[in-house]
Write a protein that binds this ligand. Sequence first.
Ligand SMILES: Cc1ncc(COP(=O)(O)O)c(C=O)c1O
Length: 450
Amino acid sequence: MVSADRVQALQTAHRVLGYIQQDRLSPADAEAMTAEAAELYARHVSRAMLAHRKSASTDETAAEWSDEGAYFWDTRGRKYLDCLGGYGIYLLGHRHPRVVVAVEAELHRYALHSQELVDPLRAYLSHLLSLVTPGDLQYVYLTNSGAETVEMALKLARLATGRVPIVATVGGFHGKTMGALSATGRGVFRSPYLPLVPGFSHVPFGDLDALATHLRGLAAVGEPPAAVILEPIQGEGGINIPADDYLPGVRALCDEMDALLICDEIQTGMGRTGTLFAVDRVGVIPDILCLAKALGGGVMPIGALVARPHLWTRLEENPFILGSSTFGGNPLACSAAIAALEVTLADDIPGQAAQKGALILDGLSTLDLKHPGVMTAYRGRGLLIGMEFPDSATGYRVAKGLFTRGILVGGTLNNARVIRIEPPAVINNDDISTLVVALDEVFADEEGRP
Ligand SMILES: Cc1ncc(COP(=O)(O)O)c(C=O)c1O
């Protein structure tokens, strides 16, 4: 006998497939679905997550239902300007038409692969990545996410060097799997899981002297470092931009110590900061480059590790020793990434990010003069921009004020003191003006507060 739960599951699946296949939700379906989704979130996902999702929200829950370009719409048809960009994934905007065309075509041919035959799209994407990444970065391992990419980079560093110590930075964010979390530099995420993977240590970000002392100290006590891992600009840490001589200095120190440099460009890569990779701006060639987020063109999840040739020796002996990723580099994800690279190069996405980012920073500079003291700082490179406020409560009110005006921004993870402006590069000048006008109103409200 089929249980009542199974019957309910089948009925619910039919109903939801009906929603998915509708061109437009009826107002009744929209209301019913939004309320039901919120209730199911509380029961099966997390009450706290629901509260968090609503945190920047208006009084009623908003459920996302469609998107295009720099915008998305909720189930009730309300339009939002996306100035958060999915924390970096929507650099090309939502459902970029050329990415969608490629993925749709691939979907109608083959979606996943047999795991045994040569997969042409994996080969071509790897080739393209080796062409666009700096220096002799050549070998590619494809994954499904940022954390998985970092995980593989850390394993590769140990495999290739035969050394253990990995040096990361305070405030850095590399993901939340055990290895990636060991590199992540935030106590709130790490402390519940201690002890993490052994052999990790953290130095202050942006401080070459501290890094030099630490690396030389490790070597002096007989534990020379395998690798230094860092983000060229710390994203989740609060959009922290180091001095121009920092990355070249880190590269020189790694060379001195025979340690690898792993640059985590999961958030900064693919043009976000105004150059294709943030390391390009200062001419640094890492030994391992980590990509994810925007690599999938905002349509498919995919990550990639790109490594220099000498690191691949052990993998030539045994190609299975690094990782196994049943879904990593699947044809759908590869088709999205190949299309994303095409759009990025053909439409000069890095150039657009540089130019539009400068416009937003100009706007912030004007607002800072007009409403002195509301922001304690603002900074950014390309379309990775942070506004810093005296406390999280102010940042929260600003984010909420923008949301009520139909503009989404976000805090950095668990911290609203720095609010991120990270829009798609397809945002237009009118949208930027809309953002600046809304910020002007919200900042005026802040000034008016007792
Ligand atoms: C720099 C950086 N590395 C790694 C990650 C983890 O990526 P994912 O959430 O896909 O695991 C993130 C996510 O925000 C990130 O910003």
